[in-house]
Design a protein around this ligand. Structure first.
Ligand code: MIG
Length: 798
């Protein structure tokens, strides 16, 4: 790829002296001698937007990423003029703008430096394309760390790396490979125990350099567009992440079945093969909720068609699979086969919906169907048309989810593996070339797919999964990390990618369990499943060119391990669903890296393996063959070893012994973990009780449980059930209070309370102040069944 920089470097230009400023409701404008304007907008006290133009005026403001439904507001905005700088102060931060050169520095109210410009904003004029290459450099200090950036396959802490954001089909990518499938130009800096975030909302190819080129400089730049970034002040990393997630949007609740286990392969066909696979899951009693059809279900890879030799009656098959609890998910690619007898092609041609080259011809490229044209999903009319195409698949045939692949977009046998840069896009009424639209093409496709599936699945919830994504795609779709490899290194990568995606606002993500390319050993597959059940999206997938990758393709111990861990996931569904609720409401990441969990502890800053699944479960995968356990770091707090019940206190490294059918799992003391009975698929069983695993703590801890109808939209009308449990333990007492919210009546009536590590002998139990009878003999297992509507449970030794 020839970049403008290589073609002709004309030198960097810098803003000159500030001539004055003006202010409106939420923004302050600074003008320089040489026509630069900096517009600083205060969206919240801890969320500031910086926009620069070099033309003397701003072009139309448009972003696909920003969630317009978010409300903004701040407590304070004061602008003052000092001798050498201007100062903007909110109730959280102070921003200084230097009069001499427009450089910025940001401090907290105590004057502690958070982030300041090195060279600051500068640019290079682009002779070939017009506009500027826009650049920013910030000073960085020793000890600063960097996180986020979406799907990067690099060490969790990006210090010392340079990364590139250009959506790319990267079959069998490797560690540190750049660029990858997704584009999330958002990072978190951590310095002096204070965290901040930068979101550079620019869809052109962007680069971020984290002290790689120069030790004390962090920089980011784009091959076009505006220098347009958001600064988010923490100081807690959790506040940075939630603010970023609110800014770029959150999804709706997924249907609960989408959190079950999914089975995929390239490809399951014909129908008899699909039934053989689903039948085997039921026979072996390994829970499974979804089965995927890859490209071979189509007629000559034409989207929205079926190969009738392989699938003579799709509607009947999908219905029968559904009776057995399997939801069918089908793949849909962006390339539309050039074939005058193919209605989708003909319709798009008639409506003029395909992308065009600069001089007029349609953009033509080879993908699976052969020569194809590609819909311009950045055109709202095209998205609406595309959405409508799902009617038959969803309403009539009964498909429950759609899988969007190849939407970087990927093109075969061409340099750059994508569209030529001159291809034109509508960009929602802001016409531009592929240079600007490339990175959001996949997101707009997934968005159009989401609109269609949503419309036809109504009143049920849609399920979409995409390979390419730009910041904000989480509003419409889940994602997977693309074509990984069956290797131990890739298991390490998958673990990091999922944590990274989680703190980058895109938590509903998973890896191809077992690896897409090449063949995993049984042991690697087992270790991958043991991690994968703790990822928000949980699917085995493989390229199929190396043999089989169903659990029964391996030894019987692997089948047993798979069953054991998938069963654990199904038990934890209410816990996982509650994590989702916190994600969609509060922007809380479902997986929390250790540094997120305890940023004050420098030991966490370079940890990669351990993470929090939700708020209370600490997971650490086994990433090597023949392991009998591993060394790991336990963060702050006291933790129960899930397998042995032993309590260990944190902020220390330790050796954890595990058997082959275990990985280190720790439960935070005081946690109350809700569990459903094991089901073969979501909704298989009606049950009249659920379990609450209560882990004693000397002190207080809160837990929550969110439930609703598991599908549909009634939860938006308040028909959900949210219980907050307040646990308080002392030497001779354990009190659990329950606070309920929402109008949904759960279908079961009882909680089975499983008490772990009670430090005293129970003498009396009170439920809502009434003394409860209990049989001491059967209570010895420390299990107790009580009404689910209790408000206070009091267990005492007195
Ligand atoms: O060029 O549809 O990442 O999951 O199985 C390969 C076939 C196209 C790439 C996807 C993979 C999928 C495969 N696809």
């Amino acid at each position: 790829m020839i970049t403008n920089t290589e073609l002709e470097y004309k030198g960097d230009l810098f803003p000159s002296k500030v001539t004055g400023f003006s202010k409106d409701v939420d923004s302050v404008y600074f003008n320089t001698d040489n026509n630069v304007i900096l517009k600083i907008t205060v969206l919240r006290d801890s969320l500031l937007r910086f926009r620069y133009t070099t033309k003397g005026y701003f072009s139309k403001d448009f972003s696909y990423a920003i969630d317009k439904t978010q409300s903004h507001g701040f407590n304070a905005l004061e602008v003052t003029e000092e001798k050498n700088h201007y100062q903007i102060q909110t109730s959280k931060v102070i921003c200084k703008v230097q009069k001499a050169d427009l450089r910025i520095s940001l401090t907290d109210l105590d004057g502690q430096l958070i982030l300041d410009d090195e060279k600051g904003f500068h640019w290079e004029e682009s002779y070939h394309f017009g506009g500027n290459i826009v650049k920013m450099s910030k000073a960085s200090r020793d000890g600063e760390s960097f996180y986020g950036m979406g799907d990067k396959a690099s060490h969790a802490n990006l210090k010392g790396k340079r990364v590139e954001n250009w959506a790319m089909d990267q079959y069998a990518f490797h560690k540190d490979q750049e660029p990858l499938y997704k584009v999330v130009p958002f990072y978190i800096g951590l310095h002096h125990k204070e965290a901040y975030g930068i979101f550079f909302d620019n869809t052109f190819r962007t680069f971020f350099d984290f002290c790689h080129e120069r030790r004390n400089v962090t920089s980011f730049w784009a091959e076009g567009g505006e220098m347009n970034y958001y600064f988010i002040y923490g100081p807690a990393m959790s506040d940075v992440v939630t603010t970023y997630t609110h800014l770029t949007g959150k999804p709706e609740m997924p249907p609960l079945w989408a959190l079950g286990y999914h089975q995929c392969k390239w490809s399951y066909f014909p129908e008899s093969k699909v039934r053989e696979i689903t039948g085997k899951f039921r026979e072996l009693r390994i829970p499974c909720d979804a089965i995927y059809l890859d490209i071979d279900y189509m007629d000559g890879f034409r989207c929205f068609t079926w190969n009738k030799d392989y699938f003579p009656d799709p509607k009947k098959m999908v219905a029968e699979l559904a009776e057995d609890g399997f939801k069918t998910v089908v793949i849909i690619d962006p390339g539309i086969k050039i074939d005058k007898d193919y209605w989708v092609y003909q319709e798009a041609l008639d409506k003029d919906y395909f992308c065009k080259r600069a001089d007029g011809p349609y953009m033509k490229g080879k993908v699976w169907p052969g020569e194809c044209n590609f819909p311009d999903y950045t055109n709202p009319a095209v998205r609406e048309w595309w959405a409508g195409l799902f009617k038959e698949l969803i309403s009539d045939i009964g498909v429950k989810g759609v899988w969007n692949d190849m939407n970087e977009p990927a093109v075969m046998e061409v340099p750059g593996k994508t569209f030529p840069m001159d291809v034109r896009h509508d960009y929602d009424g802001n016409p531009c070339s592929h240079r600007k639209a490339h990175n959001i093409y996949g997101t707009q496709m997934a968005r159009a797919t989401y609109e269609g599936v949503k419309q036809f699945a109504y009143p049920k919830r849609p399920f979409i999964i995409t390979r390419s994504a730009y910041s904000g795609a989480q509003k419409y779709t889940s994602s997977w990390t693309g074509d990984n490899v069956a290797s131990w290194e890739h298991l390490w990568i998958a673990n990091i990618q999922m944590q990274r995606m989680s703190i980058s606002g895109m938590g509903f993500t998973g890896s191809d369990i077992g690896g897409f390319a090449e063949q995993p050993s049984g042991e690697l597959y087992a270790r991958w499943i043991q991690l994968g059940v703790f990822h928000p999206f949980c699917r085995t997938h493989s390229s199929g060119d190396h043999g089989d990758q169903e659990p029964w393709s391996f030894d019987v111990d692997v089948i047993d391990i798979t069953r054991k861990f998938v069963e654990l996931r199904y038990q934890l569904l209410p816990y996982l669903y509650t994590m989702f609720w916190e994600y969609i409401n509060d922007g809380v990441p479902m997986l929390k890296p250790l540094v997120y969990f305890d940023q004050e502890d420098p030991q966490t800053h370079y940890r990669t393996d351990e993470f929090l699944f939700g708020n209370h479960i600490l997971v650490c995968p086994i990433l090597e063959p023949n392991a009998q356990g591993r060394r790991m770091y336990l963060p702050i707090g006291n933790w129960y070893n899930y397998w042995t019940g032993e309590v260990v206190s944190g902020r220390k490294e330790l050796w954890v012994k595990t058997d082959y059918d275990q990985i280190p799992i720790f439960i935070k003391e005081g946690a109350i973990i809700p569990k459903y009975p094991v089901q073969q698929y979501v909704g298989e069983l009606q049950f009249d009780e659920i379990s609450l695993d209560v882990y004693f703590k000397l002190g207080k801890e809160n837990s929550s449980l969110y439930e609703d109808a598991q599908d549909g939209y009634d939860y938006n009308k308040g028909r959900y059930s949210l219980s907050t449990f307040r646990l308080k333990g002392s030497e001779k007492n354990l009190i659990v209070q329950q606070f309920k919210e929402g109008k949904y009546e759960v279908p079961y009536g009882k909680y089975r309370i499983n008490l772990h590590a009670l430090p005293f002998k129970v003498k009396r139990i009170y439920v809502d102040n009434e003394r409860a009878e209990f049989d001491t003999v059967s209570f010895d297992g420390k299990t107790l069944v009580i009404d689910k509507d209790f408000t206070e449970l009091h267990i005492t030794a007195e």
